[in-house]
Design a protein around this ligand. Structure first.
Ligand code: ZN
Length: 138
């Protein structure tokens, strides 16, 4: 089927889909909730507006889509068929922004965990990762 949207329209659509309460983020939130952790969401006062914030523990979690954030996995290295250079630039910008945010958070004394979309299952493994991250002492 032909692509009826301009790249800009498509980007707007995608960014809407990617915004808050995306499915991967919900998976992580549900799991954390089940594990008994309390957290804040989308804290705009912190660099990059982290998805999940544990203020007391000074830890934040980003839940990232593999494609958008250029994860080094088979989902993150997909080459789009239409407008490849447009998408490459967008993804490069996103990646650079991510690096800036993580380093700003680290400088301010925050520990950062990135959960990738491709790591959501098996749940047991993700659950271990989350618990280890939140239990660690500084
Ligand atoms: Zn991935």
């Amino acid at each position: 089927m032909a692509d009826v949207l301009t790249p800009e329209q498509r980007a707007r659509n995608m960014s809407r889909i990617r915004a808050k309460d995306t499915k991967p983020e919900m998976v992580v939130r549900r799991l954390l909730h089940r594990l008994g952790y309390r957290y804040r969401l989308h804290d705009k006062t912190l660099p990059g507006t982290p998805d999940i914030v544990f203020r007391g523990r000074r830890r934040v979690i980003f839940v990232h889509g593999c494609f958008w954030h250029s994860h080094d996995c088979r989902y993150g290295t997909v080459k789009p068929q239409t407008n490849p250079s447009f998408w490459e630039q967008k993804r490069l910008d996103t990646m650079k922004r991510d690096v800036r945010h993580v380093s700003a958070l680290a400088k301010a004394g925050w520990q950062v965990l990135t959960v990738w979309e491709c790591e959501l299952s098996p749940t047991e493994q993700l659950s271990d990762t989350l618990q280890r991250f939140l239990a660690e002492r500084d």
